[in-house]
Write a new protein. Structure first.
Length: 229
C-alpha cells in the first residue's frame, strides 16, 4: 500500500504555513522598508552635503554665507552643483493650497506629518522644487528669514512612492555655517514665535510635526525600526 498525506493533513499543513506567514511577513516588510528609507536618507544627506560643500568652495563663500541669500535667490545657485536634475512642473511637484473646512489654507495634501495626524504646512515647501535623476525630490525653503532660511527638505524615494510622511521618507535639513545639518540638531534654528519647536513626536498634532526628525534619524540607531505605523 502506497503511503502519503491525506487531504486533511495537507490542508492543515497549508493552514499552519499561512498563519506563520501572516505573522512574520508584515514584520519582514517593515524591516525591508525601514532599511530602504534609511539608505535613501543617508544618500540624500550625502548628496546635499557634497553639493553645498562644492558651492561654498567654488562660489568663494565663507562664514555664515547662508544669511546673505534673500528670498528665492538660493536655488538658482545650488542647481549648478546638483547633477542630472529634472525641472519641476505642475504634474510632478508638490501641490499648494488645499481646502480645510471650506477655507483655503497653506497645507500640502501630498505629505502628512510624522504621526499622520494632518497635512504638513506649505510654508516649508514654497520656494523651489526639483527632481533628481534617481527620483529624489528636493524642496527649498528660502524665505529670507534668518532663523528659518535655507531649509532643504528631501523626499528620499520620490513623490510617487509612499509613505510620504515627514520623518519617514521626508526629511528636512538646514544650512548653517556653510554645512548641511539635520533639522533638530542643536545648531539648527526656527522662528519660535511662528513655529514654537521642531517636533518629532508620535503624540504631537502640530502641522510641522516631523521637521525635527532628521537629527534623530541620523543619531538614533533603531530610528527606522521604530517608525509609527
Amino acid at each position: 500500500m502506497n503511503k502519503g498525506f491525506t487531504l486533511a493533513e495537507v490542508l492543515i499543513t497549508l493552514g499552519i504555513i499561512g498563519v506563520v506567514a501572516a505573522m512574520t511577513l508584515p514584520a519582514l516588510v517593515n524591516r525591508t522598508q525601514g532599511k530602504e528609507l534609511e539608505a535613501g536618507f543617508k544618500k540624500s544627506y550625502s548628496v546635499l552635503s557634497q553639493a553645498v560643500q562644492r558651492m561654498q568652495y567654488e562660489e568663494g563663500l565663507s562664514g555664515n554665507w547662508e544669511d546673505e541669500f534673500g528670498a528665492n535667490t538660493f536655488l538658482p545657485v545650488l542647481k549648478k552643483y546638483l547633477l542630472n536634475y529634472v525641472k519641476c512642473n505642475g504634474k510632478n511637484c508638490v501641490d499648494a493650497d488645499i481646502t480645510v473646512d471650506g477655507s483655503t489654507v497653506k497645507r500640502v495634501s501630498t505629505y502628512k506629518t510624522y504621526n499622520k495626524s494632518q497635512n504638513v504646512t506649505m510654508e516649508w515647501f514654497d520656494e523651489g522644487q526639483m527632481i533628481m535623476a534617481d527620483g529624489m525630490f528636493l524642496i527649498v525653503n528660502n524665505s529670507g528669514n534668518k532663523l528659518n532660511n535655507l531649509v532643504l527638505t528631501v523626499d528620499v524615494n520620490g513623490i510617487a512612492k509612499k509613505p510620504n510622511l515627514w520623518g519617514h521618507d521626508l526629511f528636512s535639513f538646514q544650512i548653517k555655517g556653510g554645512k548641511v545639518l539635520p533639522m533638530g540638531h542643536p545648531m539648527t534654528t526656527i522662528d519660535d514665535a511662528m513655529w514654537g519647536s521642531m517636533p518629532c513626536d508620535i503624540a504631537n498634532t502640530d502641522r510641522h510635526n516631523g521637521i525635527g526628525c532628521a537629527y534623530k534619524a541620523l543619531t538614533e540607531k533603531d530610528y527606522f525600526k521604530n517608525l509609527p505605523k
